[in-house]
Design a protein around this ligand. Structure first.
Ligand SMILES: [Zn+2]
Length: 213
C-alpha cells in the first residue's frame, strides 16, 4: 500500500490490534494462576499437621472467653463448638503455604474419640465467630466454598467450606455467635473448617489466638 492510503493503513492497524488482542488473551490464559487448594483433609493422619496422634480436647464455649485486654473485636478462641476438635492441617504448611497468602489452620471434629478427625463428627458441627464484627458472606466460591468473613476494625476472620450459613450478609455478630455449620464445600477433600485471621491486611497464625487449648 501507499503511505498516503489511509484506508489500508486503517485496516492494517485494525488487523494489528486484533492480533495484539489475541496475543494478550493467549498470554493471560497461559499465565492463569493455578488455584491452590486452601484446605485438605488430613484427618486420617494428624501427624501430617505436625501434631501428635492424640485428639485435642476443647471445651464447649469456654475457650471463647478471652483474657483481660483482648477486646471483643479481636479474634480469640476456637471457632468450632465440639468436645474434641483436631487440627488437620497446620499453619503455613501444605495448601496453607505461603502463609502470607494462604495462611490458615484446618479444624475438624473427632466425633468418636479415637484421636482422629472423622467426617461423621465434623459435618454440621457449629462454627462460631471468634470476634465481633460484620458478616460478609460469599456462597459457592472457589476455593473457599461457602465462606464467611467476620470483619472488625483491625481484624477479620475467615471461615471456609461451610455446609450452611446461620447468619445473613451484613449482620453484626458478637464473639461466640454461630455463623454456620462445618461442611466440605469448595476445594475441600473432606469436612473441615479452614480458619483464617488477618490483622490490618496481614495474615496471622490462628494458633497465636488460642484456637486450641
Ligand atoms: Zn485449609
Amino acid at each position: 500500500m501507499n503511505w498516503y492510503d489511509l484506508s489500508d493503513y486503517g485496516n492494517n492497524y485494525k488487523r494489528g490490534a486484533v492480533a495484539l488482542g489475541l496475543i494478550v488473551v493467549l498470554f493471560l490464559l497461559l499465565n492463569r494462576p493455578t488455584t491452590p487448594t486452601i484446605s485438605a483433609w488430613r484427618g486420617e493422619n494428624p501427624s501430617v499437621a505436625g501434631l501428635s496422634g492424640a485428639a485435642i480436647q476443647v471445651g464447649q464455649g469456654d475457650t471463647l472467653v478471652a483474657p483481660p485486654g483482648i477486646s471483643s473485636d479481636q479474634p480469640w478462641g476456637n471457632p468450632v463448638a465440639a468436645n474434641r476438635v483436631v487440627m488437620t492441617q497446620g499453619y503455613g504448611v501444605g495448601s496453607h503455604a505461603p502463609a502470607e497468602v494462604w495462611g490458615a489452620i484446618d479444624l475438624a471434629v473427632d466425633g468418636n474419640g479415637d484421636g482422629l478427625a472423622d467426617p461423621a463428627g465434623s459435618v454440621g458441627a457449629p462454627v462460631r465467630a471468634t470476634m465481633s464484627g460484620y458478616i460478609d458472606i460469599t456462597a459457592d466460591s472457589w476455593p473457599a466454598g461457602n465462606h464467611v468473613w467476620v470483619i472488625g476494625n483491625e481484624y477479620k476472620t475467615g471461615y471456609a467450606h461451610l455446609s450452611e450459613f446461620k447468619v445473613q450478609d451484613g449482620d453484626y455478630v458478637e464473639r461466640g455467635t454461630i455463623i454456620g455449620l462445618m461442611g466440605s464445600t469448595g476445594s475441600s477433600s473432606g469436612p473441615h473448617l479452614d480458619y483464617q485471621i488477618w490483622h490490618n491486611g496481614v495474615n496471622q497464625n490462628p494458633l497465636n489466638y488460642h484456637p486450641l487449648p
